[in-house]
Design a protein around this ligand. Structure first.
Ligand code: URA
Length: 243
């Protein structure tokens, strides 16, 4: 094996171990990244994270957020504390899309802030990003009662918002977290195990379906699921690096 290949392999292994550590594998003690050796969050893959590109409240965004916050397109508005439009970098190259807000999200008005959200943040950081450098949204913007799965009519009523967000951001890659998001983009009538790990396409944007972080939380001890998610995220990172 050539020196370059060995270094690449070692980097690969280190990334993977770091990922497991981020997900709570406390038994792993990894050295801090050497000064200057850290993957610049977003830098390596060219995320446009210059200050002038950060969270600019442009007119269009402002209008969209207000519409979402006041939406009454489906009955879910009746049960919400507040709608959860999404958050992050309006110029993000990488977008994560989940299912719908849960209890914590409904209370705070922010996506993925509960247990699954903390895990998602770790995944994002293991990929070399800061949370605020990507964009995080859900298919449905209001919490369904008892966190039930959103119904097709609710998904349809809400779809205009996610489509507008994707239009405005125009990300290079979308990660679809779980079945509802995967179905939204790929209309695949297959199980997550079958479709995860393979890029699909939504309006020319590559979409990587992977397991929902809540599924990882529910199967905390299952290393195989973690490994599969990390495999999927490596494909995403590779695509971003080459684009
Ligand atoms: N699950 C989701 O799908 N979205 C959230 O924002 C939180 C949990």
């Amino acid at each position: 094996m050539k020196e370059k290949e060995i270094i690449e392999k070692l980097e690969d292994i280190e990334e993977q171990l770091r990922f497991y550590q981020q997900l709570g594998a406390d038994f792993l003690v990894l050295p801090d990244r050497p000064a200057g050796g850290e993957r610049p969050a977003g830098g390596l893959i060219g995320l446009k994270n210059e200050p002038e590109n950060q969270i600019v409240q442009s007119g269009e965004w402002e209008k969209l957020l207000q519409r979402i916050k006041g939406c009454r397109f489906c009955p879910l508005f009746q049960g919400r504390t507040q709608a959860v439009p999404g958050e992050g970098n309006y110029q993000a190259k990488l977008m994560f899309v989940g299912e719908a807000p849960g209890r914590d999200e409904d209370l705070q008005g922010r996506p993925f802030v509960g247990r699954a959200g903390q895990l998602l943040t770790k995944i994002i950081e293991a990929m070399g990003f800061k949370r605020q450098e990507v964009y995080i949204a859900n298919v449905v913007k209001c919490r369904p009662p008892e966190n039930r799965t959103p119904r097709p009519d609710e998904v349809k009523a809400c779809s205009i918002y996610l489509l507008s967000q994707i239009d405005l951001i125009n990300p290079k890659v979308i990660v679809a977290l779980g079945k509802i998001a995967a179905e939204f983009f790929l209309q695949a009538n297959k199980s997550m195990s079958e479709i995860r790990g393979h890029f699909g396409q939504f309006k020319d944007i590559p979409v990587m379906p992977t397991f929902h972080p809540s599924y990882l939380v529910r199967n905390e001890g299952n290393r195989e699921i973690k490994r599969l998610v990390w495999e999927d995220m490596k494909k995403v990172m590779k695509l971003l690096e080459s684009s």
